[in-house]
Design a protein around this ligand. Structure first.
Ligand code: UD1
Length: 361
């Protein structure tokens, strides 16, 4: 029996871990599981609701590290996680994605010589000013097993000198969660609650520090969104980081409707019925592609190029003119077909588990 310790910390981690835990729970003779929540995200709306929506078991261990600077947050997670690891002594730790919790726990595993698997390995934006890019590069160097979602990720890892036998392309575990949750999401009354009709609104998310922390970037972005909002009402669930920055700016115009962050199922329902998504999120580029909703990524790079080549995504940057031109073009065309990407099929977590069973046999 393999004792696996899963780490979650921030919102995007939850839909990645849920299907892996479920796949392992189907093999109780093969796996014992421990779930550690670092507490990087702690608000009900960024954390608790995801446990309900994704039917994640409650964490066995909650570290409660909270917010802070990068060094503070990473260091606090490392200190607390080292204690956990010394006590729990798992056979394998699984970290997902690219948040500070991912990196911090990966470092602790490497120093204590605990086997480490990274799920969603190999993504690269090639922009090291993004905190997530540092987390991705370092975590991948430290991991013993690298589970990748797409061929570009394999190529990035090989280029960085990772031995091919450590790389396992399994597909996209987050899409496992999406496909499993679609029927439940379809029952959510969120559109009616917001008085929206399908395909008559756009969905906005913005939370990258590069976009929201500097008013000289954020203000023109909002101006562009406001202009799009004159023709297509925009719904904007606001991340706490962004909420803090908006407080320093003049009041927002009417075409942009701000709401509180949503749970997984409500957000999925709002995404699948949208006419257009405008975002700086990573995961949403993937989700909108699979759902066949056009996505404009308000950044100059993406670590998920397959959503551009095989999906509905366009990387349009942060200049208002470019965003407006892209939005007008997308809205003049019929909706694109949902992306069919190999391995983004609802069975990625199953492939993670099969690979682990093979390797540990
Ligand atoms: C983090 C991740 C980012 C991910 C995002 C998803 C890192 C480096 N960044 O960014 O990759 O896309 O989560 O949401 O790991 N706050 C709250 N309540 C919370 C958590 C945070 O109000 O539950 C506020 C705090 O004021 C905090 C700020 O949000 O200072 C930012 O939180 P933090 O976890 O540092 O980074 P995110 O911007 O959430």
């Amino acid at each position: 029996m393999l004792h696996v310790l899963h780490v979650v910390g921030a919102r995007p981690n939850f839909p990645k871990v849920a299907p892996i835990m479920r796949a392992m729970a189907r093999r109780p003779a093969a796996f014992r599981q421990t779930l550690v929540h670092t507490g990087q995200h702690y608000d009900q709306r960024l954390s608790d609701v995801f446990f309900q929506d994704l039917a994640l078991p409650q964490p066995d261990i909650y570290l409660g590290v909270g917010s802070g600077t990068h060094a503070q947050q990473t260091a606090r997670i490392m200190l607390a996680f080292e204690e956990v690891l010394l006590h729990a002594r798992p056979d394998l730790v699984i970290v997902v994605g690219d948040v500070n919790s991912t990196l911090a726990c990966a470092l602790v595993c490497a120093k204590l010589g605990v086997r480490l698997a990274h799920v969603e390995a190999g993504l690269r934006s090639f922009d090291r000013t993004m905190p997530e890019e540092i987390n991705r590069v370092v975590t991948d160097q430290l991991a013993d097993l690298l589970f990748t979602p797409s061929p570009d990720a394999d190529a990035n890892l090989l280029r960085e000198g990772i031995a091919p036998e450590r790389i396992h392309r399994v597909g996209n575990v987050m899409i496992d969660s999406l496909l499993q949750a679609l029927p439940l999401a379809a029952q959510r009354p969120i559109l009616a609650q917001l008085a929206l009709q399908p395909r008559t609104y756009g969905l906005v998310t913005l939370h990258r520090p590069a976009n929201v922390d500097d008013p000289a970037v954020l203000q023109p972005l909002l101006t562009a969104l406001e202009q799009i909002g004159r023709d297509l009402p925009l719904i904007f669930p606001v991340h706490p980081r962004t909420r803090q920055r908006l407080a320093d700016l003049p009041p927002l115009p009417a075409g942009l409707r701000l709401i509180e962050p949503l749970g997984y199922l409500d957000f999925l329902q709002l995404t699948r019925q949208a006419r257009l998504v405008l975002t700086d999120s990573g995961g949403l580029q993937e989700e909108s592609s699979v759902l066949g909703v056009p996505c404009l990524t308000l950044r100059s790079t993406t670590e998920r190029p397959i959503t551009v080549t095989h999906g509905t995504n366009r990387v349009v940057g942060t200049q208002p003119d470019a965003i407006l031109a892209a939005a007008a073009e997308v809205l003049s065309r019929p909706l694109p077909a949902p992306a069919r990407i190999p391995g983004w099929d609802g069975h990625a977590a199953e492939r993670v588990v099969e690979a682990l069973l093979r390797i540990s046999a």
